[in-house]
Design a protein around this ligand. Structure first.
Ligand code: PXP
Length: 245
């Protein structure tokens, strides 16, 4: 099974916001990215709306015909937005409003009652729930106990250690993925995945269902174009990528 590529379009919103107009047009970009082959669109609305805006999320609902994944910190404003928009998946991220980008996974043991309550609320809205986790097997059991459908592995440490040795970089992720498979909880992954490190990750975590990728893919699109970049990431999700013909 090949993992799905969900493209995080926050970076396009950041570019648009830099000039105050509507270039690039986020809604058209989402339509195009799906036409180019992406199997999902991810957005990460933050309370200060410095990247994607709440109004964008509402409009995107009308054009996302693949999988719509909304990730973010579940404060009341965020929860009301996702209850209104009802995306296919909500990824819960523990980042505060002041962080530059997501920089940690949940402690699912300490936050168990809060995450359980929120998961029930999101299930009632018809959304699948994924919980952003560090590669820590003990946290998977906590996620399962909260009722989550999936975990999203926070791949920053994999990406930063990859160049020093892919096998060692992946070790804890493999262990965490094995735990998830044993508990019957689905596996997503994201953060700092790029053209160089993606295939090794996907190939060695065969139960991977979905990756969400923003920064590197949009940077690569500057060189290769958006359509090529989407395709280049998709082929790197295939298990036989790089095999001799
Ligand atoms: N997953 C989560 C929870 C994130 O917060 C982000 C960044 O917004 C990503 C995945 C994608 O990370 P990147 O932009 O490094 O591909």
């Amino acid at each position: 099974m090949t993992a799905k590529l969900s493209v995080n379009i926050n970076k396009l919103a950041t570019l648009r916001n830099a000039r105050g107009g509507n270039n690039p047009d986020i809604i058209q970009s989402a339509i195009d990215i799906q036409n180019y082959g992406a199997e999902g669109i991810t957005v990460h609305p933050r309370s200060d709306e410095r990247h994607i805006r709440y109004a964008d999320v509402r409009l995107l609902k009308n054009v996302v015909r693949t999988e719509f994944n909304i990730e973010g910190y579940p404060d009341e404003k965020f929860l009301q937005l996702v209850e209104e928009v009802r995306p296919h998946q909500v990824t819960l991220v523990p980042d505060g409003p002041d962080v530059l980008t997501s920089n940690n996974g949940w402690d699912t043991l300490i936050n168990r009652s809060m995450l359980t309550e929120i998961t029930q609320r999101l299930h009632a809205a018809g959304c699948r729930v994924s919980i952003f986790l560090n590669p820590e097997p003990s946290m998977v059991e906590g996620a399962k106990a909260c009722g989550a459908d999936r975990i999203e592995l926070y791949t920053e440490t994999y990406a930063s250690q990859f160049k020093h040795g892919p096998e060692a970089a992946l070790h804890r992720f493999k262990k965490t993925a094995e735990e998830a498979v044993g508990l019957g909880i689905g596996i997503n992954a994201g953060h700092d995945l790029d053209m160089a490190n993606l295939n090794y990750f996907a190939r060695n975590i065969p139960s991977l269902l979905e990756v969400s990728i923003g920064h590197a893919l949009i940077c690569d699109a500057l060189y290769f174009g958006l359509q090529n970049a989407v395709q280049m990431y998709k082929v790197r999700l295939q298990s036989n990528f790089g095999d001799p013909m």
